[in-house]
Design a protein around this ligand. Structure first.
Ligand code: CTP
Length: 477
C-alpha cells in the first residue's frame, strides 16, 4: 500500500477538494501519469497534475473548481471530454477514463468512454500508468495494474501491453521512450526496445512539430547522448535526422583513420549541456559537424580532410529546420552562424593571436561570441589530459584577447563611424557603388587596426579613399 502526504499545502488542498467531490458523487478519481511518477521518484518538479475520473472528467472538474472558489476559471474541451483549471501555479487537468481504437492508416484514434482498465491499457509506459487514489475509502493507495512501481525502482521503461501495439497506436511514444530514458536515466526493457526497432517506420506518420518537441526535450536533458544513442541504435534517427547518422563510422585508407563524427558529436553535446541551458546553442553543438559527411575526402599525403564543412553544414541547417518545423527566424540564423564560425577560434588559437584576427571574429560573431567559444571548448574531446589542458588554455587566451580588444576597440555591434549619408553629403554625390567601396574600406581598415574606430580617423580616410576614386568635395572647390 502506498500512502503519502503531498509535497505542498496547495497540492494537498487540490487533492482534498477533488476527494470530497468524489465522495459526494461516488465517482472514482485518481492522480495519474507523470505527476505520480515524478512524485514517487522524488523529482517533484511537475506542476501539471492529471486527474483520471472513472466517469465525467468535466463534471468533477466543475465541482472541484467550485469548491476551490475558482468556478469561473475552468476551461472545458467538450470534444475531448476534458476540462482544466489553473490553481496557484498548478495546471490541473481532468479526463474521463477512455478507450482508444486505432486504424492503421490514420494518426487519430477513435476515442470512446471506457473502463479504468481500458484507460490504463492505452497508456505508453508502465511507469506512467501509476495512479494515486483520491477516493475517501482508499485515499493515497497506489493504483498499479502493471507493476510500474517495480519498473520505477529498477529504472526500466516498458510498455504495458505488447510493445508493437503500444508504439503502433501512437508512434510518438517511440521518441518518448528515448526521451524518458535520457531524462530519468532509465534503461529500455529489451522487448520494448525490439518494439522500437520493428515499429520505427511508423514514426513517419507523426507531424514534424510533435517530433521536434520530443527532440527538443531530449536535447534539454542533462545527458542527451543517452536519448540519441537509443534513437540511433533503433534506426529512428536515420529516419528523422539522417544528417546525424551520416556522420557514423570510421574509414581507414593507407593506415589513416578519422574519428567517428557521430559519437564525437554526442560527446560535444553532452559537454555543452554542462555549460548552457540555451536550447539553440545545444542544437548548434548537435549539428556543428553535419557538413563533415558531404565534404569528407581522403587526400594523398595529407590524409582525411573535411574542407569547407562549416559552410556546408551551416547551409544544411535550413532544410533540416524546415523539415522538422523548427523556427526559421533568428534561431535558425543563430545556429547557422555558430556552425559557420565554429572553426574560427581554433584557427586563431593555433596561430599567433593577432588583434586584427580577433577584431574580425568579434565583428562576424557579435553578441554570440561567448556562445561560440563555449562550443569550441565543448568540442575538445581528446582523452589525453595534457592536450586537453593545452587546448582549453588556448581558448582561454582567445577569450582574454577578445576582452582586451573589445574594451579598446568596441567592435561588438559595429556601427560604421561614417554613414553613407555623410559620404554622399561630403562629396555631393547620389547613391552609387563608390559609397559601398568607401564604407568597406573604412571597415576593413578599422578591423585591420590601420585606423582607430572613431569618426575623426574614419573621416580622414573617407576623404583619402574618395579622392583616390576620383571624387571631390565640391563645397571646398
Ligand atoms: N500518454 C501516452 N501516450 C502519449 C502521451 C501521453 O500514453 N503519447 C499518457 C501517459 O500515461 C502520460 C500521460 O498520458 O503519463 C500524460 O502525458 P504527458 O503530460 O504528455 O506526459 P507526462 O508523463 O506527464 O510527462 P511530461 O509532462 O514530461 O511529458
Amino acid at each position: 500500500m502506498f500512502k503519502r502526504n503531498f509535497k505542498s499545502d496547495i497540492e494537498s488542498e487540490i487533492f482534498h477538494a477533488i476527494s470530497n467531490c468524489c465522495n459526494e458523487t461516488k465517482i472514482e478519481c485518481y492522480a495519474i501519469g507523470g505527476f505520480v511518477r515524478d512524485l514517487i521518484i522524488g523529482k517533484n518538479l511537475a506542476k501539471d497534475i492529471d486527474i483520471l475520473v472513472v466517469g465525467s472528467g468535466i463534471e468533477i472538474a466543475k465541482l472541484t473548481a467550485k469548491r476551490l472558489k475558482i468556478g469561473s476559471k475552468i476551461t472545458v474541451f467538450k470534444n475531448f471530454g476534458t476540462a482544466m483549471f489553473k490553481y496557484n501555479g498548478y495546471d490541473v487537468e481532468f479526463v474521463g477514463t477512455r478507450k482508444e481504437s486505432y486504424n492503421k492508416s490514420s494518426r487519430n484514434p477513435i476515442v470512446k468512454p471506457g473502463t479504468l482498465d481500458d484507460d490504463l491499457n492505452r497508456r505508453d509506459f508502465t511507469i506512467n500508468t501509476l495512479g494515486i487514489s483520491l477516493n475517501k475509502n482508499s485515499w493515497g493507495d497506489l493504483l498499479d495494474k502493471f507493476n510500474g512501481i517495480t519498473d520505477l525502482e529498477n529504472k526500466i521503461i516498458k510498455t504495458p501491453l505488447e510493445p508493437r501495439q503500444t508504439f503502433s497506436d501512437d508512434p510518438l511514444r517511440m521518441l518518448r521512450a528515448a526521451r524518458f530514458s535520457s531524462q530519468l536515466n532509465f534503461k529500455i526493457d529489451i522487448n520494448s526496445f525490439n518494439g522500437l526497432i520493428s515499429e520505427k517506420e511508423r514514426i513517419k506518420i507523426i507531424s514534424p512539430e510533435r517530433i521536434s518537441e520530443e527532440i527538443n526535450k531530449i536535447i534539454m536533458t542533462s545527458k542527451p547522448s543517452v536519448g540519441f544513442k537509443i534513437l540511433e541504435s533503433t534506426g529512428l534517427l536515420k529516419i528523422i535526422i539522417p544528417e546525424l547518422t551520416d556522420l557514423k563510422g570510421i574509414e581507414e585508407i593507407e593506415g589513416q583513420k578519422h574519428k567517428d563524427n557521430f559519437y564525437h558529436t554526442l560527446e560535444v553535446l553532452d559537454n555543452i549541456c554542462l555549460e548552457t541551458e540555451n536550447l539553440w546553442l545545444r542544437w548548434a553543438a548537435l549539428l556543428h559537424d553535419i557538413g563533415k559527411a558531404p565534404t569528407k575526402q581522403f587526400v594523398k599525403k595529407i590524409g582525411w580532410t573535411f574542407h569547407g564543412h562549416e559552410l556546408k553544414g551551416s547551409k544544411m541547417v535550413y532544410k533540416l529546420f524546415k523539415r522538422l518545423n523548427l523556427p526559421l527566424n533568428n534561431k535558425l540564423k543563430y545556429v547557422q552562424k555558430i556552425i559557420y564560425l565554429s572553426s574560427r577560434p581554433i584557427v586563431l588559437s593555433n596561430n599567433n593571436i593577432t588583434d586584427s584576427a580577433v577584431r574580425r571574429l568579434i565583428y562576424d560573431c557579435n553578441e554570440d561570441i561567448d556562445d561560440l567559444l563555449t562550443l569550441c571548448e565543448a568540442d575538445i574531446t581528446t582523452k589525453n589530459p595534457l592536450r586537453f589542458k593545452k587546448y582549453l588554455n588556448n581558448f582561454k587566451l582567445v577569450r582574454d584577447k577578445i576582452k582586451i580588444v573589445e574594451e579598446r576597440d568596441s567592435i561588438r555591434n559595429f556601427q560604421p563611424p561614417v554613414s553613407g549619408e555623410e559620404i554622399m553629403n561630403y562629396f555631393k554625390i547620389k547613391p552609387s557603388k563608390e559609397i559601398g567601396i568607401i564604407k568597406e574600406y573604412i571597415k576593413n581598415s578599422i578591423l585591420d587596426g590601420k585606423i582607430q574606430n572613431n569618426k575623426e580617423s574614419a573621416k580622414l580616410l573617407m576623404i583619402k579613399k574618395g579622392e583616390s576614386l576620383g571624387l571631390k568635395n565640391n563645397a571646398i572647390e
